[in-house]
Design a binder for this molecule. Structure first.
Ligand SMILES: Cc1cc2nc3c(=O)[nH]c(=O)nc-3n(C[C@H](O)[C@H](O)[C@H](O)COP(=O)(O)OP(=O)(O)OC[C@H]3O[C@@H](n4cnc5c(N)ncnc54)[C@H](O)[C@@H]3O)c2cc1C
Length: 453
């Protein structure tokens, strides 16, 4: 078993020049909206005339149904963890797109159900209850479709912000798996009842290609790649070291770690194969530059999983999914950077502080001096690369400094010329973004990593 060194070896800052913004996020938007336009074109090309109220209502039901079916595939694609998308857009931003898209999709699917029932009952002059029963029980694949819709609706409700706050992360996460079943159950009725698909072979083939393509991405990136990596790297816990009150570092070793091509600022989802932990895979960022012999994470006890890390035994096997995230040197636009971290948000910044090219300054905020984890190695890194570090603590008040444009400019006078990498608790991030904007940093040069999806 490899024993990690007393202090992590220092990586050299990379020499790469700042890059222009990646075109991938804009291309992804274009593709998603282009696909939606193609779906509308399918309805348009199939519709010769719309007659009367029933025709309009049913037509609206068909459009919302087509768009909901398309959006389901896009929602799954966003969560397929495709490396190109993940690095260029960022996992947290993809999760936000997914959450927003989820709200639209549930609304579209609900509108589709209501409009189709209403349109058909207008057409056949029957009541909505009779019409609903007929549709669900006598139309092909509609019973399965209805179950799929209900599952989807429940997931949507549980994901709504007010309810989400009351359920545990695990409940919310496992319920999300139900959406795979929901999409599977709802697929058949689209082709067997959808007026735009019945008798339209090219449209049917395109729909199969869309869904099978997304299923292949999910199977590859969420299942095959992690399994292949687990077998190849055979990660295990090498050591657990206390860093500060309630904060530990976990060193992980394995074979061929350099093949993971992890970048400073990225994170993995870690599954520790020990009692009470094997069923959860929680995200933690690398807190030292990836080393061929080990990886390191530094974790603050904030709940069951993070607290249990302090009790891990050396030799415990680990499955790591990743590396994920776009909070890396690739985001750099300027020659100088400021890293602004709060609490355990220091972890990805500590790694960037080690490796980011150009002139770098670090502001590290914590509640108390003893909460400043990794301080010794941050000082050593600062000395090695001649970088400025400012520690700011809330207590004692005499050492405190507010998060205002003036205070930030006081610490880093050329702030407006820098990229800013920001990671901390959500409330701090919000205040910091306002202060940075007030100090003249353009939004496109403020890069932040969120520790909650
Ligand atoms: C990209 C990223 C990088 C992170 N890096 C670090 C780090 O370097 N060091 C560190 O101490 N913390 C980090 N976190 C936060 C850490 O993942 C959570 O604090 C931890 O998972 C909480 O789990 P728990 O069981 O201890 O607490 P709980 O009380 O169960 O969870 C508290 C909150 O943590 C979040 N959370 C829990 N489980 C997960 C999960 N599987 N996936 C996503 N979010 C979850 C949820 O918002 C939840 O409400 C990171 C989070 C993200 C998203």
């Amino acid at each position: 078993m490899t024993t990690p060194p007393r202090a992590p070896a220092m990586a050299r800052p990379s020499r790469s020049a700042p890059r222009p913004p990646s075109p991938v996020p804009a291309l992804a938007h274009l593709l998603i909206w282009g696909g939606a336009a193609a779906v509308l074109a399918l309805w348009w090309s199939d519709t010769t005339s719309v007659v009367g109220a029933a025709g309009w209502v049913t037509g609206a039901g068909r459009i919302t149904g087509l768009l909901a079916g398309y959006a389901c595939a896009m929602l799954l694609m966003l969560m397929a963890r495709v490396p190109l998308l993940d690095r260029a857009v960022g996992t947290d931003r993809l999760a936000r797109w997914h959450a927003m898209g989820g709200r639209y999709t549930v609304s579209l699917a609900s509108a589709h159900v209501l409009l189709i029932i209403w349109g058909y009952s207008l057409e056949s002059h029957t009541g909505v209850v009779d019409q609903t029963t007929t549709l669900v029980l006598h139309y092909p694949d509609l019973l399965k479709g209805t179950i799929g819709f209900l599952l989807f609706l429940i997931t949507g409700i549980v994901s709504a912000r007010a309810v989400r706050r009351r359920v545990t992360y695990e409940t919310w996460h496992f319920l999300h798996f139900a959406t795979y079943l929901a999409v599977f159950l709802a697929f058949g009725h689209q082709l067997s009842n959808g007026a735009d698909f019945v008798g339209n072979r090219p449209a049917q083939l395109a729909w199969y290609a869309l869904y099978l393509g997304v299923a292949a991405l999910l199977a590859w990136y969420r299942f095959a790649v992690p399994v292949r990596r687990a077998l190849r790297h055979r990660l295990y816990v090498a050591e657990v070291r206390p860093e500060a009150p309630g904060i530990v570092s976990v060193y992980l070793s394995g074979s061929g770690l350099e093949e993971l091509r992890a970048e400073p600022g990225q994170f993995f989802r870690w599954r520790f194969l020990t009692r009470g932990m094997w069923w959860a895979a929680n995200p933690y960022s690398l807190s030292a530059a990836p080393h061929p012999a080990y990886l390191r994470i530094t974790v603050k006890a904030s709940g069951g999983h993070s607290a249990a890390l302090a009790r891990l035994r050396p030799g415990t096997r680990v499955l790591a999914e990743g590396p994920y995230g776009g909070f890396t040197a690739r985001r750099r636009r300027a020659r100088k950077s400021l890293l602004l971290g709060g609490g355990v948000g220091i972890t990805p910044l500590r790694t960037l502080f080690e490796t980011l090219p150009g002139e770098v300054a670090l502001i590290y905020r914590a509640r108390r001096p003893e909460d400043l984890a990794l301080r010794g190695e941050i000082d050593a890194l600062a000395a090695a690369r001649g970088a400025a570090v400012h520690y700011v603590v809330d207590e004692p008040v005499a050492y405190s400094s507010p998060l205002t444009p003036e205070a930030l400019r006081g610490l880093v006078p050329d702030l407006a010329e820098r990229d800013v990498y920001l990671c901390g608790p959500p409330a701090m991030t919000e205040v910091a973004v306002t202060a940075l904007r007030g100090a003249g940093v353009p939004r496109r040069r403020i890069h932040h990593e969120s520790f909650s999806f």
